[in-house]
Design a protein around this ligand. Sequence first.
Ligand code: LLP
Length: 427
Amino acid sequence: MTKSSVKSPRPFQHLESDGPLCCGQVSLESLARRHGTPLYVYSADQIMERLGLFQKALTGRDHLVCYAVKANSALAILKLLADRGAGFDIVSGGELERVLAAAPEAAGRVVYSGVGKTPPEIDLALSAGILAFNVESEAELELLAARARKLKTTARFALRVNPDVFAETHPYISTGLREHKFGIDIRKALAIYKEVARNRWLAAYGISFHIGSQIRSAEPFGAAMERVKKLLRQLAREGIALQAVDAGGGLGIDYHSGKFDAAAKVREYAAALEKALDGFEGRLLIEPGRFLVAQAGALVARVLQVKRSGNKTFVITDAAMNDLIRPALYQAHHEIVPVRPRAGKARIVDVVGPVCETGDFFARDRKLAPLEPGDLIALLDAGAYGMAQSSNYNTRLRPAEVLIEGSKAWLIRRRETMADLLAPETF
Ligand code: LLP
């Protein structure tokens, strides 16, 4: 514990003042030597701890934490979470295949969201016996009923309602307003539940919502839940008793400060949901992604060159926007720290990758300790939407991934090879 009694939000620390940055007990220098760079490094300990925070905060109620697979879909991470009782929120057949590969026993703890589910994807999910489909339109509900009928089974569903709540976040990741493509207008939901109540291929399991991502305050979650609670009451009056409410994901982290009390954040979030849910005895599902894995991960890169141009200094690294696109796509901030800090005056620099786009940057006009070619840096809070959004742009091989538990390091994905990349092509 630090003086402020807030535990560091990140598992990356210098164990000795003149030593290298470590993840748990493991030096990032030794990992870079062994596995090369760019390299994603994740702390299993922190991921488990964060899952535990949600589970603990919700102990008073029947609940299920459905990890949003899209945040980081590494099989080893899915398995780690499944072994500790997590469920999963998926948005594609591909993500379901991942869950089935890593933890087939968790199929019954999967909820399936997304605005464009295809018949084969729906069939796969029905056959796997997932917990529920979060249905985003009337047309999708019809399609779901048709597929369930074909497979002679019953599809459990929750309507994903759009509570029309504004959440302060980046416009690309805000989803809870009527003008967004997600969900069903909450005012229409009652009529839809009534209409399908007697459909033998459909079983109304719950209501779901997801208002956006990287939301720092608990307040909009509570506000959305209040609206959903009203709907639950109306449904109950009509004799439709739902078993579950799914509050989606979206709880944000602090990408800037080293002082962020994750436990307090989770308690505040859970309390806001609970307060709004008061009187509802059913199950609460949540779908956190970022909060579970973002701060557990760092992207380790090596400095290739330091280039001075006019009055700018560019630190060019071997990682690029194809490895971590968040700064380029959302103007996102990621803290950057040298793995072994050098003495000397901090300088204002741009940290950029080798990709041929001006948008290929990790930081602009950032004050950083001196860096030289060959030095290692860590881009922090990169565990969520980092590797998951990576690509092969510029025919770059995607990084390897290592998972750390205490003093053990485990290569969970080897670096891609040119053979991997060229395999699907013919000419
Ligand atoms: N549930 C649903 C239905 C979602 O669409 C999402 C995220 C989540 C749960 C998980 O949200 P989280 O707890 O991770 O905020 N690539 C962006 C974030 C996109 C989020 C999309 N949906 C980024 O890097 O910030």
